[in-house]
Design a protein. Structure first.
Length: 432
């Protein structure tokens, strides 16, 4: 019976959103009610946070309405009592959800609950900021005149909570990461394909550009404008280190799928990394020369297309044969930039001195970041992208993900929350 209070609270908030004309937010409040049936512990954290947010909505609305009525000399006492009663219902709901009854009811998967709840709320906040801080509708649900952005945010946040739970299971990351990464790439390029067919809502605003990662740095150099992608890339790398390359790159997922055609990984020689360095210098130099000489955009576009086509050939001809992600580790210049900038990030993979060098981690690393020499040093080499596969296969837990101030287990969970939230944010807003 105590659930009546939070359910009524969400229904009242839905009615308020409906009256304001926000159908998407109305549905989102109502959908929160249906989370009852999961009885998962993360729902308790989500309910608490959303009820607190709802209380501020009512407080702000109540103050505005009372001031309006007082300013025009209208009766305000009854309205004040109604708003006060609504706030009391909200506060009682929060107390019940956070209290003993809430803990007893939402009791499933308690260990993962705080992290799944954090992923839900962090994703909601990030998507809400993305939608409200842009000058155009960035969510697909708002691009077709449906005004259902908040409903889309709810389902994306629900997806983030679910994926976080899967990633936190024993051995879950090594199986889940490639699948959600491939899903992101599929959604990204499907939107591009539909946009090129004439469905303009599937594209961003501005001029169309090629989805070649090297253009993240080359594009702004050639144009002299359009630094959004390089800023997004830099901020992401600072937040989660080089994990951009193993979780968030729309092209990297292709290299991952190509490399998995071979189970036994053949690692590249160390000099192969110099090819990536050369490509970075080449891309920057060519973009700069093209800008200075005023090269037409058609020739610049053709050059980028050839560079991307060669990269695709590397995936199909080399990664498929070697079992290592050769495009990402020895060809793509942004992979090297990610590895270097990742040194600024506080995230680190550490190998315990007790490691018996069984080689299990080496056998699953498709980035060539681990060798017997690296195990002796106690850390992976520059190619590491924090994919986490080595963590999953180390039976004796000699390999750890470290973040200053946190135990390794907690650091791993915090990392999963951050990377899944970013993945879901990209899934919701990333398009050409």
């Amino acid at each position: 019976m105590w659930l009546i209070f939070p359910v009524i609270s969400f229904i009242l908030l839905a009615a308020h959103s409906l009256r304001s004309g926000d159908m998407g937010l109305c549905f989102a409040w109502l959908l929160l009610c249906f989370l009852i049936f999961t009885r998962k512990s993360w729902v308790r954290y989500v309910w608490s946070a959303t009820l607190v947010a709802g209380s501020f909505v009512w407080l702000k609305t109540g103050i505005y309405l009372l001031q309006f009525r007082m300013a025009f000399g209208l009766p305000w006492l009854r309205l004040g009592l109604i708003m006060f009663t609504v706030l009391i219902i909200m506060f009682v709901s929060i107390f019940l959800v956070l209290g003993r009854k809430g803990r007893a009811f939402f009791s499933k998967e308690k260990q993962k609950g705080p992290f799944q709840g954090a992923a839900f709320l962090l994703t909601t906040l990030a998507l809400a900021l993305a939608e409200t801080k842009t000058s155009f509708p960035i969510l697909l649900a708002n691009r077709f005149g449906l005004n259902m952005g908040w409903t889309e945010i709810f389902f994306l946040a629900l997806y983030a909570a679910w994926i976080t739970g899967k990633m936190l299971e024993q051995g879950g990351s090594i199986g889940v990461r490639p699948r959600i990464w491939a899903l992101f790439s599929l959604v990204f390029f499907l939107q591009l394909f539909l946009g090129l067919l004439g469905i303009e809502q599937m594209l961003m605003t501005g001029k169309l550009h090629l989805p070649v990662p090297a253009l993240i740095v080359a594009g702004p150099i050639y144009r002299g404008t359009g630094f959004f992608m390089i800023i997004l890339f830099s901020v992401t790398v600072l937040l989660v280190g080089p994990a951009w390359c193993s979780h968030l790159c729309y092209i990297g997922a292709w290299d991952d799928m190509a490399s998995r055609k071979v189970k036994k990984i053949q690692h590249l020689p160390k000099w192969a990394k110099w090819i990536q360095f050369f490509n970075l210098i080449l891309v920057i130099a060519v973009a700069l020369i093209m800008r200075i000489w005023g090269v037409p955009w058609t020739l610049a576009l053709f050059s980028a297309f050839i560079f991307g086509l060669v990269g695709l050939g590397v995936m199909l001809l080399v990664s498929r044969r070697k079992g290592q992600m050769v495009h990402c580790t020895a060809y793509c210049p942004m992979g090297l930039v990610s590895n270097i900038l990742g040194r600024i990030s506080p995230w680190r993979i550490k190998i315990d001195s007790r490691c018996d060098r069984c080689g299990r981690c080496v056998s699953v690393c498709r980035y060539g970041a681990l060798s017997d020499k690296d195990l002796q040093k106690g850390r992976p080499n520059l190619s590491c992208t924090l994919c986490g596969d080595c963590l999953e296969v180390c039976k004796k837990n000699y390999i750890h993900l470290k973040l200053p101030g946190l135990e390794s287990d907690m650091a791993r969970k915090v990392f999963v929350v951050m990377i899944v939230s970013l993945h879901t944010l990209f899934l919701g807003v990333a398009r050409i």
